[in-house]
Design a protein around this ligand. Structure first.
Ligand code: F6P
Length: 359
């Protein structure tokens, strides 16, 4: 009997169900021995507290196109994983106990950055782990692409598209705040696809004077509006010069709910123009996966299933140079794939006239 545990961890995204379906179909259709799938509720919580259910063909029927996750998810921060919970439960030992109690052959983790640190820890503790790269942020080390990203780019782009018409009618400055606290792949791609005039990313600290200059120059050359695609984690040059502690303190005291509102106040004060902020927020993680993500997540699921059948563990199924490969968990865990300010996509965007507020 082949016993496989599966969980989805961290912020959800589109195509989690498609990926799990891919794993299930591949293993059940191709295994020479009987297979049992155990689905853990709400990520690592289910593994810690032994909350699970046996998954059958019915669970995976009709879910290819459905967003969210049939297992539910939660964030169990890695930095506290070695600390006992409020009832004194040792979380790592509890996860291992559940795994051994169910006599699992393998644990499949669908997760982003934090979840991969825990996946690697469990692998180092001796569990057989296979993971799949999920996140709308596309910031996982070791893979060119994560599933969820393309669907989120579609949604964020549509938000900018829709702002375009109203921005041009009113001649306003519009800020569209796009998800990405530490890494800017999503605002970068949606910003280019939506024709934003200014894109502000966590990796390229902005100078407010440059941002104002671009808005004024656009106005002088006859453009009635300016659209900014701003990452949640966009940061000014001044703030980037602060220590982490000083910056956190500044944010805690700030009167603004996010950087976009601070920018809006600065633009209004310096230019006298009407500014509006739009935050698509969690809509970017919601709804049906786009066709790209359905195909991509299904392929990753099939390849993960193949690794399980081959008894090859300790890997994340990754995508590099248009091929699906396996990335060792220890290389993925704790590494972020950020936007390189010198990357060709940034240079090309600049050639197109997009400002990053830096020069
Ligand atoms: O990691 C995915 C993500 O959607 C980020 O883009 C965003 O910054 C964060 O999660 C939001 O987290 P939460 O769902 O906990 O508010």
């Amino acid at each position: 009997m082949l016993r496989i545990g599966m969980l989805t961890s961290g912020g959800d995204c589109q195509a989690l169900n498609a990926a799990m379906r891919g794993v299930f179909k591949t293993v059940t259709r191709n295994s020479k021995e009987p297979v049992e799938f155990y689905g853990f509720d709400e990520g690592y919580k289910g593994l810690i507290y032994s909350h699970f259910r046996i998954l059958t063909e019915e669970d995976f029927s009709n879910i290819l196109t459905i967003g969210g996750t049939i297992l539910g998810t939660s964030r169990v921060p890695f930095k506290t994983i070695r600390e006992p919970d409020e009832k004194g439960v040792n979380k790592v030992e509890a996860m291992k106990d559940t795994y051994y109690k169910l006599q699992l052959n393998c644990l499949v983790v669908l997760g982003g950055n934090g979840s991969h640190k825990t996946a690697n820890l469990l692998s180092e503790e001796g569990l057989n782990v296979i993971s799949l790269p999920k996140t709308i942020d596309n910031d996982l080390w070791g893979t060119d692409m994560t599933f969820g990203f393309q669907s989120a780019v579609d949604i964020a782009t549509r938000a900018i598209d829709e702002i375009h018409t109203t921005a041009s009618s009113h001649g306003r400055v519009f800020i569209v705040e796009i998800m990405g606290h530490k890494v800017g792949w999503l605002p970068l791609n949606a910003g280019i696809a939506g024709g934003a005039d200014i894109i502000l990313l966590p990796e390229i600290p902005y100078d407010i004077n440059k941002v104002i200059e671009v808005i004024e120059e656009r106005s002088k050359s006859g453009h009635r509006f300016t659209i900014l695609a701003v990452a949640e984690g966009a940061i000014s040059k001044e703030d980037a010069a602060l220590t982490k502690k000083q910056y956190k303190k500044k944010l805690a005291k700030s009167e603004y709910p996010s950087v976009s509102y601070e920018l809006a106040a600065q633009i209004l004060e310096r230019t006298g123009r009407e500014v509006r902020v739009t935050v698509p927020g969690h809509t970017q993680r919601g709804g049906a996966p786009c066709p790209y993500d359905r195909v991509f997540a299904s392929r990753l699921g099939a390849e993960a299933g193949q690794l399980i059948l081959n008894k090859e563990y300790g890997f994340m199924v990754a995508y590099r140079n248009r091929e699906i490969v396996k990335a060792p968990l220890k290389e993925v865990a704790g590494n972020l794939k950020t936007v390189d300010p010198n990357a060709s996509i940034i240079q090309e965007a600049k050639l197109l006239g997009i400002s990053f507020g830096d020069e």
